[in-house]
Design a protein around this ligand. Structure first.
Ligand code: AMP
Length: 283
């Protein structure tokens, strides 16, 4: 059967309810569209998990701050629908903002401690918007699985915590970061980069890899790793402006001084009009 495209919450819930009645499991892939191979990898993963794959495409206004790129966020529904179809989606859900947020919507889902770290410092309402919209999607679809990219490591950790704390009956599945051949993590926002910025951007990941190499060779002090990456970026990434670079506990997201358990190095770099995030598992 061809992929269905639905835009109302009621229709989405009805189709998913029917699939569940028939004993079929559902894997959900929440996205904001403008697909690249990272999104495709999530859809491919979902295809291996569920009998039915639901892809949601929604540029969620509540996760953008007042001076962020909500209006400018790239959109191409026709191309996205084709990619979702090619990657096995059974249903593409493309609601209008009013469909997911009633005019007098008053309920938020928030994981405040985790949401205020890292990206939350410069984007204080971002993760409240993410948790709220994902809750709505989990409830509407009653998905058995939901697939998230490791690129948004903080997002995935927060969603895992929310799902655990609220006993939402969905299993969160992470997918490795998909990168361009030169190492830059694929992102819908990479289209904001000028040619010159794009040429430097692979240094973001090169810096993270440099830190990981140091860990492999025995370094455990977060400050030493951080200083080494910042020094490297100072010479090789002059167009980048640091938002943050932190060594964190991979699950709690808390900053650590010394690597003793699973640790992640996470960063956000502003380049021109783009704000790029990346991370690496250090051990
Ligand atoms: P977005 O449409 O940018 O909100 O992303 C939707 C989902 O795709 C999120 O779970 C992201 O983590 C994931 N994603 C985005 N870029 C990548 C990438 N380069 N590799 C893996 N997953 C990604």
């Amino acid at each position: 059967m061809d992929m269905q495209i639905l835009s109302t919450a009621q229709e989405l819930a009805a189709v998913c309810r029917q699939w569940h009645r028939e004993g079929q499991s559902i894997a959900l892939v929440p996205t904001m569209g403008y697909y690249h191979e990272g999104h495709a990898a999530l859809m491919d993963k979902a295809r291996t998990l569920g009998d039915r794959v639901v892809v949601s495409l929604f540029v969620n206004p509540t996760q953008f701050g007042p001076n962020e790129d909500y209006a400018a966020y790239p959109r191409d529904l026709e191309r996205d629908a084709q990619i979702a179809r090619e990657h096995g989606a059974d249903l593409l859900f493309t609601p209008a903002p009013e469909e997911l947020y009633a005019e007098d919507a008053a309920t938020w889902v928030e994981v405040p401690e985790m949401g205020q770290l890292l990206c939350g410092i410069s984007r204080p309402i971002h993760f409240r918007g993410v948790c709220t919209v994902c809750s709505k999607l989990f409830h509407l679809t009653q998905a058995d699985y939901a697939v998230f990219g490791n690129k948004d490591w903080q997002q995935q950790a927060i969603i895992r915590r929310m799902v655990r704390d609220l006993f939402i009956p969905v299993t969160i599945v992470g997918v490795p970061i998909v990168r361009a051949a030169d190492g830059l993590a694929l992102s819908s926002r990479n289209v904001y980069l000028t040619e010159e910025e794009r040429a430097q951007a692979p240094e973001i990941y090169a810096g993270l890899q440099y830190a990981k190499d140091m860990v492999t060779h025995g370094e455990t002090r977060a400050s030493v790793l951080r200083d080494a990456v910042l020094r490297r970026w100072a010479s090789r990434l002059p167009l980048g402006r640091l938002d943050y670079l932190q060594v964190i506990d991979s699950a709690s997201l808390n900053q650590i001084e010394e690597i003793t358990g699973p640790a992640t190095m996470a960063c956000a770099i502003k380049m021109g009009k783009a704000r790029l995030i990346d991370n690496i598992q250090l051990n």
